[in-house]
Design a protein around this ligand. Structure first.
Ligand SMILES: NC(=O)C1=CN([C@@H]2O[C@H](COP(=O)(O)OP(=O)(O)OC[C@H]3O[C@@H](n4cnc5c(N)ncnc54)[C@H](O)[C@@H]3O)[C@@H](O)[C@H]2O)C=CC1
Ligand SMILES: O=C(O)[C@H]1O[C@H](OP(=O)(O)OP(=O)(O)OC[C@H]2O[C@@H](n3ccc(=O)[nH]c3=O)[C@H](O)[C@@H]2O)[C@H](O)[C@@H](O)[C@@H]1O
Length: 437
């Protein structure tokens, strides 16, 4: 089947590439000429494990193409995905300008029936708005479907190709059939395609992200209690996570959730609630707690240095909001950097993939190092902000020699308390006993 994907950012590129991999002819459209040029020339624009190989295969075999021309891109497409940004507007609600602009442009360009799919995360009622916009210029029949995306960065290909479920919001039988055909190769494992109405599908996406953010935040609060009560959050996590009603995943305490989605989606759902005069109290607490959690180690660092960080050098391991991505949107590391610099410290950082993005955002305010050990060389302390595998089993002898003080502030609980005690480090982590080396 011929499909089109409008917006070739993270979700658009994964969607287009994966649907090409399942035998469809996919045309991806983006207004960013530089991006389109790069993709046309076989140069992938995001770091996502496993994506490059299928991107190259489908590009070279002619199933995947890129253009800046919407008319050319949607020509003959039975399904048109909108994978456009929905960033927070000034008041925190999702900004629909990109989605509605493309909807408006699409109307007059349709010359046969097509299904237009909201793949972006959009508030309840957006399918209706998109339908109205397309209808302004359309001369042919069309349907608008909500099909939210649940992929995680870093494991996006697997999440897309073997989804736990596919949610499709539509009341049109014709659209349902086409969507079912498209997704059949991806749900062979018996995972369900769940059909529902458009509004419920739209809300499902916000409910899923907000629930996961709440789950993490709940554990972060338990971690804070553990510190006050002398309990160990890792033990508590195992204890509660083995209850199948709770589940083991997304229970890891740390320095808060970040990324391009949880922060913005929790905020957007809270805003949607406000708009219908509903006081969604849990979400307000989740946002509040996460705000504090992101930088909760900075006061501990200050305390260690008797309240004065002037002239101290802090090494940071990990800049991306989580491992296996170069995405730094709302990354806790950046908030820590900001506070450390404000307190007069210098920062030396290393990240396997995200340094270029950080450099583009904050310039040379910090020192970027070639590897993990150069970052700690002559630093006064180490702060671990992202759990990249390369940080999991460092050479602790080397660390002891390179660091001026044997002290680690660990925002991701990478090391065991036993090894830290044995090695004589001062070790401050999340929701666990402080080890005084
Ligand atoms: N990044 C992620 O992991 C996930 C994101 N989502 C949702 O998917 C949507 C897209 O997110 P990302 O892919 O991360 O965004 P992104 O910002 O990486 O990509 C959006 C792309 O749309 C393009 N664009 C903007 N206006 C356009 C227009 N008029 N015509 C054609 N292209 C245009 C931009 O140039 C950009 O390449 C958002 O609603 C997001 O919440 C959902 C699940 C996962
Ligand atoms: O809508 C989206 O964009 C996506 O948002 C998240 O995916 P993603 O942002 O890629 O990353 P996650 O793996 O969910 O991690 C988000 C944040 O939570 C943190 N986290 C995650 C899990 C955990 O146990 N503890 C924890 O602090 C991570 O470090 C990270 O900062 C969701 O998991 C996806 O299902 C969804 O499609």
């Amino acid at each position: 089947m011929k499909i089109a994907v409008v917006g070739t950012g993270y979700v658009g590129l994964v969607t287009g590439t994966c649907f090409a991999e399942t035998g469809n002819t996919v045309s991806c459209i983006d207004i960013d000429e530089k991006k389109v040029d790069s993709l046309k020339n076989g140069k992938i624009t995001i770091y996502e494990p496993g994506l490059e190989v299928i991107f190259e295969r489908n590009l070279s075999q002619g199933r995947l193409s890129f253009t800046t021309d919407l008319k050319e891109g949607i020509e003959g497409a039975k399904i048109i995905f909108l994978a456009l940004p929905t960033p927070p507007g000034e008041d925190g609600s999702a900004d629909l300008q990109y989605v509605l602009k493309v909807a408006e442009d699409l109307g007059p360009l349709l010359n046969e029936y097509a299904v237009i799919v909201d793949k972006s995360t959009v508030p309840v009622g957006t399918a209706e708005k998109v339908k109205a916009k397309v209808a302004e210029g359309a001369k042919v029949d069309f349907d608008v479907v909500s099909n939210p995306e649940f992929l995680r960065e870093g494991v996006a290909v697997d999440d897309f190709m073997k989804p736990d479920r596919v949610v499709i919001g539509t009341t049109s039988e014709k659209a349902k059939k086409l969507m079912e055909t498209l997704y059949t190769p991806l749900v062979r494992q018996g995972n369900p395609v769940i059909f529902m109405d458009e509004k419920s599908a739209e809300l499902t996406k916000y409910a899923a992200n907000s629930f996961l953010a709440t789950k993490i935040t709940f554990m972060n609060e338990i971690a804070n209690m553990c510190e006050l009560l002398g309990a160990d959050v890792d033990a508590v996590r195992k204890g509660v996570g083995t209850d199948s009603r709770i589940g083991k995943r997304f229970l890891f305490a740390g320095i808060g959730y970040g990324g391009s989605c949880f922060p913005k989606d929790v905020q957007a759902l809270a805003k949607s609630a406000e708009q219908v005069n509903y006081d969604f109290r849990i979400l307000k607490s989740v946002m509040d707690v996460n705000e504090d959690q992101k930088t909760k180690l900075v006061p501990r660092i200050k305390e260690y240095f008797n309240g004065d960080l002037t002239g101290k050098t802090i090494a940071i391991w990990g800049l991306s909001f989580k491992p296996y991505t170069d995405d730094i949107r709302e990354a806790p590391a950046l908030y820590n950097i900001e506070q450390l610099l404000a307190a007069g410290a210098e920062v030396k950082a290393y990240d396997p993939e995200a340094m270029e993005n950080v450099r583009n955002q904050i310039g040379e305010k910090i020192t970027f190092c070639d590897d993990a050990y150069s970052a700690v060389n002559n630093a006064d302390a180490l702060l671990v902000a992202t759990e990249w595998p390369v940080f999991r089993t460092p050479d602790f002898d080397k660390l002891s020699t390179l660091l001026k003080n044997k002290v680690i502030f660990d925002g991701r609980n990478l090391y065991t308390l036993e090894e830290m005690k044995e090695l004589g480090f001062t070790y401050i982590s999340i929701g666990r006993e402080t080890i005084n080396g």
